[in-house]
Structures are given as C-alpha cells and as structure tokens.
Design a protein around this ligand. Structure first.
Ligand SMILES: NC(=O)c1ccc[n+]([C@@H]2O[C@H](COP(=O)([O-])OP(=O)(O)OC[C@H]3O[C@@H](n4cnc5c(N)ncnc54)[C@H](O)[C@@H]3O)[C@@H](O)[C@H]2O)c1
Length: 256
C-alpha cells in the first residue's frame, strides 16, 4: 500500500483522488495539504503548511495551485519524499526549482496525467513527422468555465511535441483576433474555449487542401487524471532521484 500526502486535497482533483482510493486502490491518502477550511468528508488530517505534517507517508501528489508548488517541492526535498506534480501553469522559476529537486528526490511531472492523452502525444509526434509541411497544424482545446489558465498545459505540451518534431522554428499563434494576415506555413494555431463543466477536450488538426487528419482526446471524468496520478505515485515510490513523466509509463506500450 502506497501512503499518499495529497496536496490540494480539498479541491476537485484532490477529492476525485480521495474517492478512487476509497473504492479499492493500492494507494491510501494518510494526510493532505490545503489552505481551504472545507475539509468536509475527508477522513485524514489536513495541514495548511505541508512541512508541518507529522504523519508518515511515501509519496506526495500535488494538484493545487501554481503558487503552492514551491512550498510543496521544498517539503519533498526536506523530507526526502518522491513527488508527483500535476498542477499546471507553473512559472519558469518554479520549474527550475523542480529541476533542482529532481537531483535529490524522484520527481514525476506531466501536464496531463491521463494514459490515453499521453498515447495521443506520441501519435501527434508521429503524425507531425508524416504530415508536416504538407498540412497546416491547429490545436483546439475546451475546458470548464472555472479553469484559470489558457491555453491548457496539455495544449502547450501538444505544441511542444509538434515543435520537437519539426526542424524549423514554429510560431505559436494564440487565437487570431489581433492579426489580419494570411496564415503562414510555420505557425501552430492555438485556440481555447471555456464553458460549463467540460473536463478536457483536445483536438489536433492536420489540414491540407484535400483532407483533414484529426487526432482528438476527450476526458470524460476527472477520475482519469486521478487514476494516472495514483499510477504515477506507485511507479515513483521506489525510484532513484530523477525526472520522470507519463512518457516513462507509456513508452513500453509502443514497444510491444
Ligand atoms: N496534470 C493533470 O492531468 C491535471 C488534471 C486536472 C487538473 N490539473 C491541474 O491541477 C490543479 C488543481 O486542479 P483542481 O481542478 O483540483 O483545482 P481546484 O481549484 O478545484 O483545487 C485546488 C485546491 O488547491 C488548494 N490550494 C490553493 N492554494 C493552495 C496553497 N497555497 N497550498 C495548498 N493548497 C492550495 C485550493 O484551496 C483548492 O482546494 C490545477 O493547476 C489544474 O490545472 C492538472
């Protein structure tokens, strides 16, 4: 059984993960961190300051807020605990802190913890190699109306995946309201829509004059990210210090 410290335990993802662990899992949440007082229904102690936690645990999972990430990373390093970082919109300074932490403890970070989405990243890489420059590439994402960042961290990972597979410089063009000019070959269009309770939709269009290849992924419940985070926690528990991601989990699937 992997004992989890759940940072952001009072939020939507924290609670989704709690539900999964309650319904049969090889992970259990033994303590949590959150600045919220809304701890209703949680049967573990919740700490406003994660470094004050006096309950023993194996792995930290973080689904909180970008501002909360430095403190939880410092706690992971001070307590020598593996950490799974799922929070998005992390700034460069904090990314550098995470990088440094990975030389001391195992760090797992992915903008999207869904197994299927990570298979999609690989498919996008293959499609980009096969279709660019003959096809224009556009990324469209949709999320619920409470999401703070746009485009999503996942859409940015898709863009990075496309860029990694094209030798020339590609410009990201966010929506198109501020330009009135023809689309150039070396751009990736990035569009975001927000509304209702959409968990997460990502579509990558490869468009030529004659055909459209569309790779898409729909997350139907938040549980898909929670299950991925718990898989990552079990994966990370006995690993050496280093930087890991869902790529390490998905890689094997392409080499069967
Ligand atoms: N990587 C993925 O697959 C994935 C999937 C879903 C969400 N996310 C990201 O995870 C994060 C959380 O998502 P959510 O939908 O659960 O959000 P949420 O707003 O429902 O929950 C966030 C929780 O973090 C708490 N929090 C805020 N500041 C804090 C601090 N300083 N210390 C401790 N806790 C703090 C809030 O009180 C809240 O309970 C977001 O960044 C979101 O984009 C990532």
């Amino acid at each position: 059984m992997t004992k989890i410290f759940m940072n952001g335990c009072c939020g939507r993802m924290g609670r989704a993960i709690y539900e999964i662990t309650k319904n049969g899992s090889d992970c259990t949440i033994v303590a949590g961190g959150d600045i919220s007082d809304n701890t209703d229904g949680l049967d573990f102690p919740v700490f406003k300051d994660p470094s004050a936690c006096d309950v023993d645990y194996d792995v930290i999972i973080d689904f909180s807020n970008a501002k909360a990430v430095p403190a939880i990373v410092r706690t992971a390093v001070a307590k020598k605990k593996p950490i799974v970082i799922c929070t998005t919109a992390i700034d460069d300074e904090t990314l550098a802190l995470i990088d440094d932490a990975s030389s001391v403890v195992p760090v797992f970070k992915s903008a999207n913890m869904s197994y299927g989405m990570n298979v999609v990243f690989e498919l996008v890489a293959q499609a980009t190699k096969a279709l660019y420059p003959g096809f224009d590439i556009e990324v469209v994402e949709a999320h619920h109306n409470r999401k703070l960042d746009a485009p999503s961290g996942t859409a940015m990972t898709i863009a990075d995946t496309i860029r990694d597979n094209i030798s020339e410089e590609m410009e990201l063009v966010y929506d198109r309201h501020d330009r009135s000019q023809k689309r150039s070959k070396n751009e990736i269009g990035m569009s975001a829509i927000r509304g209702g309770n959409i968990v997460g939709e990502h579509e990558v269009y490869f468009i030529s004059d004659e055909e459209i290849v569309k790779i898409s992924h729909s997350a139907m419940t938040r549980a898909v990210f929670g299950s991925g985070a718990l898989t990552a926690a079990s994966f990370l528990k006995d690993k050496k210090p280093g930087y890991y991601s869902m790529k390490d989990i998905v890689a094997g699937a392409f080499n069967k």
